[in-house]
Structure formats: C-alpha cells, structure tokens
Design a protein around this ligand. Structure first.
Ligand SMILES: [Zn+2]
Length: 360
C-alpha cells in the first residue's frame, strides 16, 4: 500500500511531497514525489502519539478494559501504556495477569502504591506502601509492567529503583516530597523521568533543593507534562519549556471519564466530580486525572504555546517512544510501524492510521 504525504513532520524535521510505502504494517520505503496508485493523505502527516501515562477514556478503565485503549487510538494514540492507580499488591498482580491489551497498548504503568502520603493526589492513602523485593519480582514476572512511579524518599525505594531499572522497567520519580539529594540518589540508581512535573510535588520550581527545581535545572531527567492548561498553568508551562525544551514528555494522565460529559464518576474507588471537563476528588478537591486526549494536547502545544511542530512531535511521539525503548514507533521512517496521523492546518486530527490501516 502506498500513501502520498504533502508534508511529513517527524522529530527530526519536515519532508515535503513524499510517498510512503507500507507492507505488513511496516514502512518499507519513503520516496520523493507521488505515485499514481498512492492514497492521498491530505494534510500534515506526523507519527502516531505515544502516551506513557493514561488511566482510561471513553468510560473505560485502562487497568481492566481494553476498550480504553481503543478510545485513545481514535484520538491518535497509536502506542500507550495502561496506567494503574494505587491498590493492594495482590489486586494489582491479579489485574496484571488478567488484563488483555488493546492493539495499541504495549504495557502497564504503575503510578502507585510506592508514593508519598504527603503528595498522594487521587490515590487512596490506605493503599500506599513501601516496596519489597518479593512484590517487585511478581510485577516483573508478568512482563507487562514497563513503567513505574516511585517516591524515592520512602523506605526501600532506592533498592527498588535499582532492581526495576535493571529489569527494563522505566522508573519515574513522582508523587514525592524528595529533596534534591534524594533525587540525585534516585538518578544514580536508575530513575529516568519525573511523573507529571509540577503535580504531586512541591511547586516552587525556582528552588533547586526541591524535586521540581532540581529536576528542571540540575538534571537530565525526562519530564512528563499534562498540557491541559489546568494541571499546570500555561505561564508555568512556558517557564518549564524554556528551561527544559528537549526533555518534555507529553502525557494525558487521562481518567476513564475522559471523553465523557461532565458529571460524577469514580477514579479507582474515589468519587470524582467533573465540572467543565476538570476532574476533582469530591472529598478534598484534589485534581483527579485529566479529561485530556493526546490530539488536544498536541494542538495546544502548537496553537497556544507556539511550540514548533517538530518539537511538538518530539514531545508527543519521539521522546516517549525513546524512554519506553519502543524502537519501532514514534517516528516515520523505514522499518517503523506505519502508525501515522493526518492533521489539518489548525493541527486538528483528521485521520489515524494504525499499522497502515485507517482507524475509524
Ligand atoms: Zn496518573
């Protein structure tokens, strides 16, 4: 199958007037010019989005229901992880064993239970616990866990970070009160990124002794960012991007009620009220996941923040694929999966192709 792209935008630049050849779901050639039998992709063609932090959407919970992945596929997420909130270890293991992945889901992200009571956000405090090796071994044995969030200051965390990093799990620092010394120890033990920078931590990003300050100004950590204009005020996002443009990883942190109307829902077991598409816990009012989708976040990055499209593709496609070590996605190049999106002039999503097939 052949596709003609008036313009391809990847994380490394812009190519005009290319024909993409696809065989068995993979890109086999990209040539200048148009072929007579090519399907015309009428717009800017970018790689499919890669979302490493997503709890659900369309009314479905990523931790139990493959339909959450299918919902996000329609909004351009051709690769994602299914995120779990904190639960008892046995319940997480049982869910891991049972969970069937949607075609675009390549693994699981555990956002808890190894996080700080001081910054637990929408996680149920009674489920928070310290990591112990025998539990971590159960997670690793499922081969499904690709990413985990850990507060490095809790007991046993540094050993856990080391063990998980050595077992191909991407470790994020997050929901944490760690100071910069502990952040550096976490990095020494293998932590690579920060879970939703600014959320679930102290917010003084000019203070380098804090997690956010040291992550932003004194590290090479990848930085997850929720770009819905609610979790992080747009002016602060501008400051973060100015300080760390090449390290931002766009995520949704979408809750199961993303894509649903305002109303009352559950996040895990906690009751949530969604008003004007902003979700907060009914008790305490903490932000409780987002209603964001990757296509909306991508458009906001370009249209509202003035990020250039190549950098936006880095944020939403290339860089998250890099951190997941998902080598066959996040780019439009020979040998990669034929996962690509067609965007209009306003950077709205028009079409999604998954392994060369149009997703409707
Ligand atoms: Zn989350």
């Amino acid at each position: 199958m052949k596709f003609f792209a008036p313009q391809i935008i990847t994380g490394s630049g812009v190519q005009k007037e290319r024909t993409i050849q696809v065989e068995n779901g993979l890109i086999t050639s990209i040539d200048f010019g148009s072929a007579a039998d090519a399907i015309n992709l009428n717009g800017s063609v970018i790689p499919g989005f890669v979302d490493i932090h997503c709890h659900g959407g369309g009314g479905f919970d990523s931790s139990v229901d493959p339909r959450a992945g299918e919902f996000h596929l329609k909004t351009g997420t051709t690769t994602m992880l299914a995120s779990f909130v904190s639960e008892p270890i046995n319940s997480i293991v049982a869910k891991l064993e049972k969970l069937e992945f949607a075609r675009n889901v390549i693994g699981v992200h555990l956002e808890g239970p190894y996080i700080s009571h001081a910054h637990c956000g929408a996680h149920k405090a009674e489920y928070l616990t310290n990591p112990i090796k025998s539990d971590l071994e159960k997670f690793v044995a499922t081969k499904k866990v690709k990413h985990i969030t850990i507060a490095p200051e809790i007991e046993g965390a540094l050993d856990a970070i080391k063990y998980l990093s050595q077992n191909e799990v991407l470790v994020a620092i997050g929901h944490s009160a760690a100071n910069s010394d502990v952040v550096n120890l976490a990095i020494d033990n293998g932590a690579k990124i920060v879970t939703h920078l600014y959320n679930g931590m102290k917010k003084d990003y000019s203070d380098k002794s804090t997690l956010i300050g040291s992550a932003l100004h004194d590290s090479n950590l990848g930085l997850e960012l929720i770009l819905d204009g609610v979790h992080v005020p747009l002016q602060i996002i501008k400051d973060i991007i100015a300080a760390a443009n090449t390290r931002i990883i766009g995520i949704t942190d979408a809750a199961p009620f993303a894509g649903q109307v305002d109303g009352e829902y559950l996040l895990g077991e906690l009751p949530v009220q969604v008003v004007d598409q902003v979700a907060r816990l009914k008790t305490g009012g903490a932000l409780a996941g987002s209603t964001l989708t990757m296509d909306k976040a991508f458009a906001t990055a370009i249209n509202l923040l003035g990020i250039n499209p190549v950098d936006a593709v880095q944020m939403y496609c290339t860089r998250p694929a890099f951190y997941l070590a998902a080598k066959n996605v996040g780019d439009i190049a020979i040998g990669k999966k034929a996962n690509f999106l067609v965007m209009n002039d306003e950077w709205q999503l028009k079409q999604v192709y998954f392994e060369g097939e149009l997703v409707s």
